[in-house]
Ligand binder design. Structure first.
Ligand code: ADP
Ligand code: MG
Length: 560
C-alpha cells in the first residue's frame, strides 16, 4: 500500500510560514515590501507588544479589488510574476506569492483594500487559514493589513523568540532599512502608541539618513560613486574615525532591495583594512545596480540572499570603489588622524584602559636621539616630546618590512621580474582546480605552473615565482595563500592577494614578542617605522605604537 500522500494546503502553508515568518520583523518586512510594490507614497506601521499582539501596516498605494483581496492570501498567488522567464527580470520586492499565505497561516490576518476607482473598500478576515468575515467597508484608497496574534498557530515558535526588546529592535531595523532604500516614501512607525520613526519624503538620500541617524555619523559619511563593467555602486561609507564595534549599521542593497552578503561586507572591510582599528567596522549604505539577468534573486525564501553570475566582478568593483573613494579623500592612516579633530582612540587591551593613543595632529614629535628600554621583551619604550611611547616590537617591524617589500614587489612586478624554479606542490584535486581558476591572477604576480600527469594523477609544479622569493622558500607561502583563497578568507582580487603575500613574508621575518633586542636594534625599529606610510598600524590592523601623553600622567599624579 502506498504510504506517500500529498500534504494538505494548510500544512504546506504552515511549512512555508515556518521559513518566512521566523519572527515578527519578518512579517513586517513582507508587508512593507507589498506596500512598496503597490507604489505607496506613505507607509504607516503600528505595533502592539513588539508586533506579537498586533501589527498594522497601512499604505496609500494602488490597492486591490474585492476579487484580488479574496485571492491574495492563498499560497502562491501573486500579481508580480507570470511566466518562468520573468523570474530573471523581477523588478518588484516580492514575487513568490507566499507572504500573505504564511502570515494567514500563523495568525489572524485582516486585509482591507480600496482602489482609486471604487467608492468602497473590501475587507476579509482569515483565522486559522479560514475566511471568517468578508464584506465592503469605507476606507481611504490603499491597503490596510492587520495581523493579530502572529504565532497563534505556531506556538512553538514563540519559545524561540528573543527578548521583547530584541524583537522590537529587529522591527525597527526593518523599517529603517526600507526607509533608507526608499527616501521617496514617508514612513511612520509607532509602538504601543509611541512614535519611534517618522520620516518625510525626500529626493536626497542624505536627508533621509539624517532623519534616521545621528547627525555626527551622517556628517562623517563619504560618498561612493563607482562603475565597473556592469556594476554600479552608489552610496556612503563612514569616515574611518567613525568606525563602530558593531556591524549593525551596514546596509547593502541590490537594485534597491536589501540583501545580506558576507563577502561584500568582507570586501569592504578588506578595502578599509589599513585604516580601521582592529575589531572596528565601517558604517555603510551602499546600493548596487546590476542588470537583473546577471543576478538570481530566487535562492532564499525571504529573498535576503542573492546569487551573482560573476561574484568576482562584484567584489572587485567593491574594492576598487573604496580605493577610489579613499584616494579622492586623501585618506591614509595618518591623514585620517589629521583630518579628525577629536582624539582617535585605539585602545590596547594588554596595556590597560588608560593607554590611549593621542595623536590630535597626526604626528607624534620624537626627539632626534632616543634612548630605548625594552619591557617584557615585547615593547620598546622611550621618551617623546609630549610624553612617552610604547612600541610593539613585532607589529612595528612588520609594518616597516611590509611597506619596504611592497615597493620592491611593485617595482619587480612592473619589470615582470620572476625567478625560475621547479618545485612540486602537493595539492588536492579541488586545490588544483582552484589554481586553474585563479591562474590569471597568480600570473600577474609571477607565479606560473605546470601540470604533469603520472598514472592518472595530476601533479602541479611551481615553475616561476615573484623575484621577491629568490632567497625564500615559496612553497609554504603559496600554500598559505591558496588555503585562504579556498576558505573564502581572501577576496580573490590581485590586491588582496598581494597584501596577504607581503603580510606573510613581513610577519615571518620580523622580530617576535619575546626576542631580546639591543639598543641599536630598538632604535632601528623605531626610526625605520617613522619613514613608512600607514605606520600607526601593522598590516593586520593592530596598533604599532601608542603614546601616553605627559598631560595624562600629570593628571593621574594630580599635578593638574
Ligand atoms: P508577492 O508579494 O510575492 O506577490 P504576497 O503574498 O506578499 O506575494 O502578496 C500577494 C499579492 O497580494 C501581491 O502580489 C499583490 O498583488 C497583493 N498585495 C499584497 N499586499 C498588497 C498591498 N499592500 N497593496 C496592493 N496589493 C497587495
Ligand atoms: Mg509580498
Amino acid at each position: 500500500m502506498s504510504i506517500i500522500h500529498e500534504l494538505s494546503p494548510e500544512v504546506v502553508s504552515l511549512i512555508a510560514a515556518g521559513e518566512i515568518i521566523e519572527r515578527p520583523a519578518f512579517a513586517l518586512k513582507e508587508l512593507i515590501e507589498n506596500a512598496i510594490d503597490a507604489n505607496a507614497g506613505q507607509i504607516s506601521i503600528s505595533l502592539t507588544h513588539n508586533g506579537l499582539t498586533q501589527m498594522i501596516v497601512e499604505d496609500d498605494g494602488k490597492g486591490m479589488d474585492s476579487q484580488d483581496v479574496l485571492l491574495s492570501w492563498k499560497l502562491h498567488t501573486t500579481s508580480k510574476l507570470h511566466t518562468p522567464d520573468e523570474l530573471h527580470s523581477i523588478h518588484t520586492q516580492g514575487f513568490r506569492g507566499e507572504a500573505l499565505a504564511s502570515i494567514a497561516a500563523t495568525g489572524t490576518l485582516t486585509i482591507q483594500s480600496r482602489q482609486k476607482n471604487s467608492q468602497l473598500g473590501y475587507e476579509i478576515v482569515i483565522r486559522k487559514q479560514k475566511r471568517v468575515k468578508e464584506g465592503k467597508i469605507g476606507m481611504p484608497v490603499g491597503t490596510r493589513m492587520i495581523v493579530e496574534n502572529l504565532f497563534e498557530s505556531l506556538p512553538a515558535r514563540q519559545k524561540f523568540l528573543q527578548s521583547p526588546q530584541t524583537e522590537l529592535r529587529h522591527c525597527i531595523e526593518v523599517v529603517t532599512t526600507y526607509a533608507i532604500s526608499h527616501p521617496g516614501i514617508r514612513f511612520i512607525l509607532k509602538h504601543n502608541g509611541h512614535i519611534l520613526i517618522q520620516v518625510s519624503t525626500t529626493t536626497d538620500p542624505l536627508e533621509r539618513l539624517t532623519a534616521l541617524f545621528d547627525q555626527d555619523l551622517v556628517d562623517s559619511l563619504l560618498p561612493v560613486n563607482y562603475q565597473e563593467s556592469y556594476v554600479t555602486l552608489q552610496g556612503f561609507i563612514s569616515h574611518p574615525s567613525k568606525a563602530t564595534s558593531s556591524s549593525s549599521k551596514q546596509f547593502i542593497f541590490l537594485n534597491h532591495r536589501p540583501i545580506k552578503d558576507s563577502l561584500i561586507s568582507g570586501s569592504i572591510k578588506e578595502a578599509m583594512r589599513e585604516l580601521l582599528p582592529q575589531n572596528k567596522n565601517s558604517v555603510f549604505f551602499l546600493n548596487f545596480t546590476i542588470p537583473n539577468e546577471l543576478i538570481d534573486v530566487n535562492v532564499h525564501p525571504r529573498k535576503e540572499i542573492v546569487r551573482f553570475a560573476s561574484p568576482t566582478t562584484v567584489y572587485s568593483a567593491v574594492q576598487s570603489a573604496i580605493q577610489e573613494m579613499l584616494l579622492s579623500n586623501s585618506l591614509t592612516f595618518q591623514s585620517t588622524l589629521q583630518n579628525n579633530q577629536t582624539t582617535a582612540k585605539i585602545t590596547d587591551s594588554l596595556a590597560g584602559a588608560f593607554l590611549k593613543e593621542i595623536k590630535k595632529n597626526g604626528e607624534i614629535e620624537l626627539f632626534k636621539k632616543i634612548v630605548c628600554t625594552q619591557i617584557h621583551n615585547t615593547y620598546i619604550v622611550f621618551e617623546t616630546k609630549t610624553g612617552f611611547m610604547f612600541v610593539d616590537q613585532h607589529a612595528a617591524q612588520e609594518r616597516t618590512l611590509y611597506e619596504q617589500l611592497k615597493i620592491k614587489f611593485q617595482a619587480e612586478q612592473k619589470k615582470n621580474k620572476t625567478v625560475q624554479i621547479r618545485a612540486a606542490l602537493s595539492l588536492s584535486k579541488a586545490e588544483i582546480l582552484l589554481v586553474d581558476e585563479y591562474e590569471a591572477v597568480f600570473k600577474t604576480f609571477g607565479f606560473t605552473f605546470e601540470k604533469k600527469k603520472n598514472k592518472n594523477k595530476e601533479k602541479m609544479y611551481l615553475i616561476s615565482v615573484p623575484a621577491l622569493f629568490s632567497d625564500r622558500d615559496p612553497i609554504p607561502i603559496f600554500e598559505e595563500i591558496l588555503s585562504d583563497v579556498e576558505n573564502g578568507i581572501a577576496i580573490r582580487t590581485t590586491d588582496t592577494l598581494t597584501h596577504q603575500m607581503l603580510t606573510y613574508i613581513a610577519c615571518h621575518q620580523s622580530v617576535k614578542a619575546g626576542d631580546v633586542l639591543t639598543q641599536k636594534q630598538m632604535q632601528g625599529i623605531v626610526h625605520e617605522l617613522q619613514k613608512v606610510p600607514n605606520k600607526f598600524t601593522c598590516p593586520h590592523g593592530r596598533p604599532t605604537m601608542i603614546e601616553i601623553p605627559l598631560h595624562d600622567l600629570h593628571k593621574r599624579f594630580q599635578r593638574i
